[in-house]
Write a protein of this length. Structure first.
Length: 256
């Protein structure tokens, strides 16, 4: 029985945000006007965005700082610089910039969400959740905020609230793959293995070559006593290059 030989139930990589949605939030601002875009500070914004996307986070900080120097009254500039600080693991600096953005624009939902993530990195979960609550109040249609708040609830052991937020995120964005991953993980912690399997089915439906999903679904099958499906999924994961699956099958003397 494979399940008895696996030391960890699941290995889930929790993403704090959906990358495509995040980049759109980084680049665009609702109050950005065409004539403003020609001003030098907006050129620095675009340079900063390009540097950020290239992974040059400190250079992006410097570009956003130039934009702020030229026009310190634009909330977006602080938000984007804060986001770059966050990627440099400078969470206090990020929080300071998000707070400046919120002071300029108290209805900037994205800045509240981003500040919440930064608070979470510092383990300040009450402040983190409070910021997500405010972001949802301002923009109740953003699935990323429900996802992020769900993760925060999970960190504080509030699994039913975590599930409720993942359900809402999927209602708003049915193809948000990371949410299915995380919801499956919560179902496993609550020993709802059949629900976990359903969520891994969704992940695999969206990405048939996701080795991690096959491996984790196999573990969940094992927990229900379906060892044939467990072995089939672990073998599929191994064929897709999953090192843990290959190591396990090698140890058991099974091919894939």
């Amino acid at each position: 029985m494979l399940t008895r030989k696996i030391s960890k139930l699941l290995h889930i990589i929790i993403l704090s945000v959906c990358f495509a949605l995040l980049i759109n939030n980084l680049v665009y601002a609702d109050d950005k006007k065409p004539q403003e875009a020609k001003a030098p500070e907006w050129e620095w914004l675009e340079k900063g965005n390009a540097l950020f996307v290239s992974g040059k986070y400190q250079d992006a900080v410097n570009a956003y700082s130039k934009a702020i120097e030229l026009n310190p009254k634009v909330a977006l500039f602080y938000n984007n610089r804060g986001y770059s600080y966050r990627h440099l693991n400078k969470f206090e600096e990020a929080i300071a910039d998000y707070s400046r953005a919120i002071k300029i624009d108290p209805k900037y939902a994205g800045a509240y969400n981003n500040r919440g993530v930064a608070y979470g990195k510092l383990g300040k979960h009450n402040k983190e959740i409070a910021d997500y609550n405010k972001a949802i109040e301002l923009d109740p249609k953003d699935p990323v905020v429900y996802y992020d708040r769900g993760i925060a609830y999970g960190k504080t052991g509030k699994y039913e609230k975590e599930l409720a937020d993942y359900n809402k995120a999927l209602e708003l964005a049915p193809k948000f793959t990371s949410v299915y991953y995380n919801r499956a993980y919560v179902h496993c912690k609550l020993r709802n293995f059949y629900q976990a399997i359903d969520d891994f089915d969704k992940v695999i439906e969206q990405n048939p070559k996701d080795a991690e999903a096959y491996y984790n679904r196999g573990v969940a099958h094992g927990k229900t006593g379906n060892y044939k499906k467990e072995l089939d999924d672990v073998k599929t994961a191994a064929r897709l290059g999953h090192k843990g699956a290959r190591d396990l099958l090698t140890k058991l003397g099974k091919d894939w």
